[in-house]
Design a protein around this ligand. Structure first.
Ligand SMILES: NC(=O)c1ccc[n+]([C@@H]2O[C@H](COP(=O)([O-])OP(=O)(O)OC[C@H]3O[C@@H](n4cnc5c(N)ncnc54)[C@H](OP(=O)(O)O)[C@@H]3O)[C@@H](O)[C@H]2O)c1
Length: 220
C-alpha cells in the first residue's frame, strides 16, 4: 500500500475533509469526491494550500472512485444510497472503507443496526462479492478526527472482508499515526458500529466530547 491512492467519497464534509488532510499530510495521494466536481476541486485546493504540497485532487464521487485504488465512504447514512449506486461499478475489485455507524437518527446515543446487521454489511451487500468492504474509524470522536493538528489517541477497529484486506487497511491507517487492530470478520462490524452509540452516550453522560477506545492486552 506504499503508493496507494485514496478516494474520499464525500470528502467535502467535516469528517472526510479531516481524514483527507491527515492522509495527505502523511504522503498519501488523496482524491476528494463530491456530487459537485467544482466543490471537490475547491476543497482539494484548500487542502493543498494548508499542507503545502500538491497531493489532493478533486472530482465527482464517481470519477474519484474510478481513479483511486481504495475508497473511503464519508457521506451521511441517510444520503448514502444514491452515492453507493453512483460508485458501485467503480468500486468493483477495490477496497472500500465505511466510516458510518448504525445510529438511531432520532437519538444518536442509541444503536440501530439495519436489517443487514451493520451499515458496513449493507454496503458490502450492495457492492457485491468483488468489492472488499471494511469498517474503520467509527470509534474516534468527530472532535478528535477534526482536530487535524492533534494526534489521535484512540484505537481503530477494522472488521470485514478478509485478513489480507484488513492488514492493508491497518497499514494505511497507521500512516496517519493511529493504531488500528484487526477485529475480525464482517459480522463483527455490528459491535464496532454499536460502540459508537455507546461512546456518544458516554460523552453525553460525562459532558465530554472525545470518548474513544484503547485495546489492552495486545502488543503494539
Ligand atoms: N469517527 C468517525 O469516523 C465519524 C465521526 C463522525 C461522523 N462519521 C460519519 O462520517 C460520515 C460523514 O460525516 P460528516 O459529518 O462529514 O457528513 P456531512 O458533512 O454531513 O456530509 C459529508 C458530505 O456528504 C455529502 N452529503 C451530505 N448530505 C448528503 C445527502 N443527503 N446525500 C448525499 N450526499 C450528501 C456532501 O458532499 P457533497 O455535497 O460535496 O456531495 C457532504 O459534504 C457520516 O457517515 C458520519 O456518520 C464518522
Amino acid at each position: 500500500m506504499a503508493d496507494v491512492s485514496l478516494a474520499i467519497i464525500g470528502g467535502t464534509g467535516k469528517e472526510g475533509n479531516a481524514l483527507a488532510r491527515r492522509f495527505a499530510q502523511a504522503g498519501v495521494r488523496v482524491l476528494i469526491g463530491s456530487r459537485d466536481a467544482a466543490k471537490a476541486q475547491a476543497a482539494a485546493q484548500d487542502l493543498n494550500t494548508r499542507i503545502g504540497a500538491a497531493r489532493v485532487e478533486g472530482y465527482t464521487n464517481r470519477e474519484a472512485a474510478e481513479r483511486a485504488e481504495v475508497l473511503l465512504l464519508s457521506v451521511p447514512y441517510a444520503g448514502m444510497q444514491p452515492i453507493l449506486a453512483d460508485v458501485r461499478a467503480a468500486a468493483q475489485n477495490k477496497i472500500v472503507i465505511n466510516i458510518a455507524a448504525s445510529l438511531d437518527p432520532e437519538k444518536k446515543s442509541r444503536a440501530k443496526p439495519p436489517a443487514a446487521g451493520s451499515v458496513t454489511a449493507e454496503v458490502q451487500q450492495f457492492f457485491g462479492d468483488a468489492t472488499r468492504v471494511v469498517c474503520a474509524f467509527q470509534n474516534i470522536s468527530p472532535e478528535k478526527l477534526e482536530s487535524v493538528e492533534e494526534k489521535i489517541d484512540s484505537d481503530v477497529l477494522v472488521c470485514g472482508a478478509d485478513k489480507d484486506t484488513r492488514a492493508q487497511v491497518i497499514e494505511l491507517i497507521r500512516r496517519i499515526g493511529v493504531d488500528a487492530f484487526d477485529a475480525g470478520m464482517l459480522a463483527n462490524a455490528v459491535a464496532v458500529e454499536a460502540l459508537t452509540a455507546a461512546l456518544i452516550a458516554i460523552n453525553l453522560r460525562y459532558k465530554t466530547k472525545g470518548a474513544g477506545i484503547r485495546i489492552v492486552g495486545v502488543p503494539r
